[in-house]
Design a binder for this molecule. Sequence first.
Ligand code: EPZ
Length: 424
Amino acid sequence: MDKFIIKGGTPLKGTIPISGSKNAALPVMAAALLADSPTTIHAVPRLRDIYTFNNVIRITGARVDFHEDKNKLVIDPKHVSHLEAPYDLVRKMRASFYMLGALLGRFGHAKVSLPGGCAWGPRPVDLHLKGLKAFGADINLDEGYVLADAPDGELDGGTFELDPSSVGATVNLLLATVRSSNTSVIKNAAKEPDVVQLCRILTKMGAQIEGIGTRTLTIHGVDKLKGIEVQNSPDRIETGTFMIAGAMHPESNITLTQTDPEDLGKFLDIFKEVGVELEVNDDTIRVVAPDKLQPVSVKTQVYPGFPTDLQAQWSTMMTQAEGKSKVTDTIYFDRFSYVPELVRLGADMEVKKNTVHIKGKTPLKGASLMSTDLRASVSLVLASMVAKGQSEVLRVYHLDRGYENLENKLTRVGAQIKRVDNDQ
Ligand code: EPZ
């Protein structure tokens, strides 16, 4: 099991290329199963979650070729025959639950394991199941599996309102309804860039979807979809993570390339308030750190609001701001497992309900830190890079789920970080 050894105190200078988005690629990979011919996806990141989903898709009989050197993935659904996603894989990666919508939408039947628990509290899928039922599916639970059937081989359609809005449920309901002869309406749909990309790609495959990018999606089912070649979008959460990394040391000055500032929603304006110098172009973002970081409190919201996947990184940055701030997560109430770890470095933070209260600026000093989940673990890396002395971040397999080549990207801009095998 690997860990990172990090020597803190070095400013970050130079250029970092952004990888393709994990959360945008996963729905497109599931959508490939809806077509009658192969789909090619470019800019697919080499991440543990992608490898896991490749195996979930292979189990159905589909052919999956991942040309890793080119970040190119080809999915051929011609030989799908096994309409199941097993617990052993779904428990490793919740988004495998997208197989429910894809298999039900294409074949009228699916047996998919319920995702199970998550490191930071309940993440139910009740809206996925309620929505499918509202569109006419028979849904049964058996030994931890969802058995879903479309009575006449296809869903009847209808209208379903999500409350709260959910990325995953919107994706599953889209996948289940695009291939039918009926009309389905999703109200209070998610409009995260990952969902918008999925709608645009399904449309290129031949689907008919109205209201893309709005809270109301109307799907006019079609008979067939064709496989296509597409470019996956850049990772907006990776972009936000590196922007924050670039603001935390007063002498840092980095440029992120191959990114899409449009996908950052309100984050971009909120980020400016901490006092950074920001240069934004079509596909690059330059961040020049301020001498003094301003304390800026945030509240997470659905897109285009402040993303919950950046709240840990933001809280970490706020430990280095001159003054008090607070970070409230309205999407996940218990996503603060990084706080006790940062306190080990000397941070002054306290969690009350779904808000962390932060006093800055506090000097941090290196220590051993334990990763617990993807975004929490990257915040430990950000903190270690500004802490005095050496830190070790354990269980970096959590990071490998969502950050491609993290230590090499950080090393190229001057960070002193290396991956070592913790078992030696
Ligand atoms: C997606 O998860 C992302 N995952 C998450 O990123 C992200 O944190 C989340 O959206 C919110 O932005 C992927 O894209 C693979 P939701 P998802 O359904 O789809 C409640 C990362 O770090 N809810 O939009 O699972 C739910 O509990 C990951 O890359 C229900 O109550 O999130 C939450 O409070 C972590 N019932 C809210 O909705 C349901 O059936 C939003 O969840 C579904 C959701």
